[in-house]
Design a protein around this ligand. Sequence first.
Ligand code: HEC
Length: 125
Amino acid sequence: MNVFASQALLAVAMAAMTAGIGVHAADEPTVEPGAEVTATPAPPPAKPINVKTMFAMNCSWCHDGYGLHAGKGPKLAGTQMTAAQVYLRIAKGKSGMMPGFEKTLSKDQIDAFVAYIKGLKDPDS
Ligand code: HEC
């Protein structure tokens, strides 16, 4: 960028800042450092994680019947894996067989899958 262009940008930025001050300075509430701000509304509760929806989006093309039946991947109900092993499998996947999900799912979401899978009742036993 040449000098004139950057000066022009600077001028625009300054104008914007000045305009902003003119509009807001008067009615901006001043909050003392450390003072409790009571006007701020509480954040909305975290969106509940819907495991079945997530399963349909991420797992159903290999694990049939929401994990109750074998498909391209094995049946998940009644898995011999521990919760920690299930977590790792979902996070890391298995080379050549199952993709890892640690980049696309949050820890909470993977935890929800672990709880869901470990809670499945094996329909064949
Ligand atoms: C591309 C197909 C594919 C997708 C998508 C997939 N899986 Fe798998 N999954 C597999 C295969 C294949 C295996 C068996 C690997 C083996 O033989 O060890 C497996 C194994 C597993 C196991 C271990 C079961 C056991 O007892 O050995 C779990 C748990 C699991 N998957 C969960 C999931 C979850 C949860 C998702 C979605 C977030 C998912 N998988 C998505 C193919 C897939």
